[in-house]
Design a protein around this ligand. Structure first.
Ligand code: MRU
Length: 342
C-alpha cells in the first residue's frame, strides 16, 4: 500500500481518516491541500509526512510564477515555511524540507531548480522505502519464531510511504518464515492501531489481536508478550524517543515485565541537534479528539480535555533502536552515530 504517490504534477493519497471502512483516494494539486491533509491526519506517520512534504514543495514550486531566480527562491521559501507549519513533532517533515531547499540552491535557473526538486523528492521517496527494508532486515533478527509482539499506533506502510518500520520488522520476520502474531493497541484518541495497524496486518496475513491501550500491562504480566516494537516521530541524540501518546506507558510496562522494548525508525528520524527528549516539541491537538470518538460525543458537554499527541520515552527504557544503519543499544550518544549492527 503506497499512501502517497507522485503523479507528475500532483500527489495521490489515501485518506487515512476514512480507513479501514472506506478506501478514499484524493489528488492534491495545491500545496495548501497537502498542509491541510497533514494537519487532519489524512496523511500521517513521520516518514509519510516527510515524503508528502517533499512532493508538496514540488507542487508548490510548479505553480510559482517568478521573473527571476531570486524571486522564485523567495516564493519557494514561503511555500516551504507554510509546509513546515503543518505539525511540530515529526522531524522527518523538517528533514525533508531542508533537503529539498538545499537541492533548490543547486539549480542555475528556475527550470533547473524545478527539475532538481522533482528529482530530490523522488530520491527521498525511494531512499525512504529502501531504509525501511534495511532496518526491517536488522530488526527481524531480534524476532524469534513463535514471537507475540505488542505494537502501539501505526508504523506500517501507511505511516511510512514504504515497507514500514515497526510493522516492517514484523512483516520481514514473517517473510523469513517465522510464525509471529501481534497485539495491537487501539491507540486512542484517533485509533491508528484499531483502524490502520489491524487493517495492514490482516492484509499481510499476520495474526493480530486488537486491545485497548489499558490492557497492555495485563497481557505483559500474563507472559503473553515476547517483545514490544514501535515507530518514532523524533529521536534525540541521547536515545530519548518521541512517539504516539501512550508509548511511554508501554515502555515502562515492558521494562517492569522484563520484556524488550524496541524502536524502529529511519536515520532521518534521529534529530542529532537535540541533546535530549526534553527539547522535542510535543503537538497539542484539539480537545474534541478526546471528548468524541469518530465524531460521536462520549463526554459531557463542557468538560475540558487535554490532548498531547505524543510523549517522550526516556532512553533508559529503550532496549534497542533499529535503523537502516543497524541496531543501536546504550550508550545511544555513541551508538546512534555508529550502530553495532546486532
Ligand atoms: O499522529 P500520527 O498518526 O502521525 O502519529 C504517528 C506515530 O506516532 C508513529 O508511530 C510514528 O510517526 C512512526 S511512523 C513510522
Amino acid at each position: 500500500m503506497n499512501p502517497t504517490e507522485w503523479l507528475g504534477d500532483r500527489i495521490r493519497i489515501i485518506d487515512q481518516t476514512r480507513l479501514p471502512h472506506e478506501e478514499v483516494f484524493l489528488e492534491l494539486a495545491d500545496y495548501r491541500d497537502v498542509i491541510e491533509a497533514i494537519k487532519t491526519l489524512r496523511i500521517r506517520g513521520a516518514p509519510d509526512i516527510g515524503v508528502a512534504a517533499a512532493y508538496g514543495l514540488v507542487v508548490g514550486a510548479q505553480r510559482i510564477e517568478a521573473g527571476s531566480k531570486a524571486e522564485f527562491l523567495a516564493s519557494l521559501r514561503s511555500v516551504s515555511e507554510a509546509l513546515a507549519s503543518s505539525r511540530p513533532t515529526a522531524v522527518n517533515l523538517f528533514w525533508a524540507l531542508e533537503r529539498m531547499n538545499r537541492a533548490a540552491q543547486r539549480g542555475e535557473d528556475v527550470e533547473q531548480i524545478k527539475a532538481a526538486l522533482v528529482a530530490e523528492a523522488k530520491g527521498i521517496d525511494a531512499e525512504n522505502d529502501e531504509a525501511n527494508r534495511r532496518l526491517s532486515e536488522f530488526g527481524a533478527e531480534l524476532i524469534h519464531d513463535g514471537f507475540t509482539i505488542l505494537t502501539h499506533c501505526n508504523a506500517g506502510s501507511l505511516a511510512t510511504a514504504g515497507y514500514g518500520t515497526a510493522l516492517g520488522v514484523i512483516k520481514m520476520a514473517k517473510e523469513q518464515g517465522k510464525r509471529v502474531s501481534v497485539y495491537a493497541d487501539e491507540t486512542r484518541p484517533l485509533l491508528q492501531g484499531a483502524r490502520l495497524t489491524t487493517w495492514e496486518l490482516m492484509k499481510d496475513g499476520i495474526p493480530v489481536t486488537l486491545i485497548t491501550d489499558s490492557m497492555a500491562g495485563h497481557f505483559m504480566k500474563k507472559g503473553d508478550i515476547d517483545c514490544a516494537i514501535v515507530g518514532a516521530d523524533r529521536i534525540a541524540a541521547n536515545g530519548d524517543v518521541a512517539n504516539k501518546i501512550g508509548t511511554y506507558s508501554v515502555a515502562v510496562l515492558a521494562t517492569e515485565n522484563a520484556i524488550p522494548f524496541y524502536v524502529a525508525a529511519p536515520v532521518s528520524t534521529i534529530d542529532f541537534s537535540l541533546a535530549s527528549g526534553d527539547d522535542i516539541p510535543i503537538e497539542e491537538r484539539r480537545a474534541d479528539e478526546v471528548t468524541h470518538v469518530l465524531g460521536v460525543r462520549i463526554a459531557p458537554e463542557g468538560v475540558p480535555a487535554a490532548n498531547p499527541a505524543f510523549d517522550v520515552t526516556p532512553h533508559r527504557y529503550v532496549t534497542a533502536i533499529i535503523t537502516e544503519a543497524g541496531v543501536s543499544r546504550e550508550p545511544y550518544t555513541e551508538t546512534l552515530r555508529q550502530p553495532s549492527g546486532k
